[in-house]
Design a protein around this ligand. Sequence first.
Ligand code: AMP
Ligand code: MG
Length: 482
Amino acid sequence: MPFRFDNSYLQLAPELFSLVNPTVVGNPQVIIFNTPLAKELGLEEEQLEKIKLENVLAGNEILPESQPIAQAYAGHQFGHFNMLGDGRAILLGEHISSNGQRFDIQLKGAGSTPYSRRGDGKASTSAMLREYIISEAMHFLNIPTTRSLAVVSTGEQIYRESFVPGAVLTRIAASHIRVGTFEYVSNFQSKATLKQFTDYTIKRHYPALLDQKEPALALLDQVLEQQIDLIVNWLRVGFIHGVMNTDNMSIACETIDYGPCAFMNSYNPDTVFSSIDHQGRYAFANQPKIAVWNLTRFAESLLPLFDENPTLAIEKANQVLRKFQSSFESKWLQMMGQKLGILEVNKDDENLISNLLAWMFANKADYTNTFIELSVPNFNTASIYQEAPFLTWLKAWKTRIKAEIELPLASKILLQKSNPAFIPRNHLVESALSQAQENNELTAVKDLLAILATPYDYSVIAPKYQTPFLGDEGLYKTYCGT
Ligand code: AMP
Ligand code: MG
């Protein structure tokens, strides 16, 4: 069998999941398959050829080693606590790769589960291809993320605002344990279950912490630091997750749940694309604040394990949470310094950074392309790059990195590995998706994926993929759970 399943989640308390099989679909067809990822996972070609891949990845056929489950979790959605759970995702099992790594193999859009509430358990082809494109783009941008192995069309129509073709995405993740999973266990299960689940999570993701005197506290600390790293990476490339509810924050600290996410074009810290985010809760520059809010919910879930004494438990949690601000600020400064090609950034560089951001904001300059300009002079043809405010900033920057005569090689290398030459531009993603959905034509999706596989390759000449949308960006809207 291609998958080597070892289903450790099944050993946990039965309240943490439901045994449920995917819903059989009419006419499954693999429309895209990630061969390089299959190789990385150690899924061998001859083994894959022995199974009916479209049946297995649509959920029509359950391999003998697989015991499908839907995971239970809760979560704060836009600040409100709800019971959730996998309403349209079914975990086939945990696959052990050739180098011994454990990966969840999950089918998203595979039919209803006990947690579906009013949802149909299904997903549209275009939403699943969107997740495929953007998660793969994030991976190649060197940002921790769940990945996409395949999209299988079901041959069935599902109803959204109109009838659209349905599909199932095979999602690969370090795990699907979320802040919301801890909220569920802490709120609705016993302290013993919480302890068992926390130990399980530590053993699975952070085994080095098992020897710590206070492993639960060490877990909070570790997740806090890794979430900071993740969000700083998002800010580096202009990524807006769009729905940072606590159920969409992974304890393995991968970017997860690609619903209304999008990439910012012109720089504006308040950028929001999600059609339901009216208050801008999940706006571009709000993401660090939301991360600490979510981590506070995580800490609350773990309180019983921090100390028998509730006051002391809170004190311990706060000691960790208080680190967020300074750690974030220092990692952000480091990252922005790298985006400017500064080899050793320090506090004095803050002005240089904020002046550039202020200029970008005032001039609606494209975030990605402005940073490209630094290592590729005259990349941008817009007149703002020839006018005094930008030229004055450029002069100060060149002095700082000693580039008055020539850009030092070390800075150039740093610039080009910190600043992508290619991001998934929203208009290109949408146009590729509509060709896939309306004409069953995957060429544009595949062309886009090919470009996004080498986002830091400045030798690739493909202006079409670098030109921002020239229309009214304010009209671009993204949607959850389609
Ligand atoms: P999300 O906004 O994707 O994080 O989803 C929030 C919750 O809604 C999760 O419990 C999902 O499993 C559930 N959900 C989303 N879409 C559907 C659907 N079409 N059918 C059933 N449940 C869904
Ligand atoms: Mg979710």
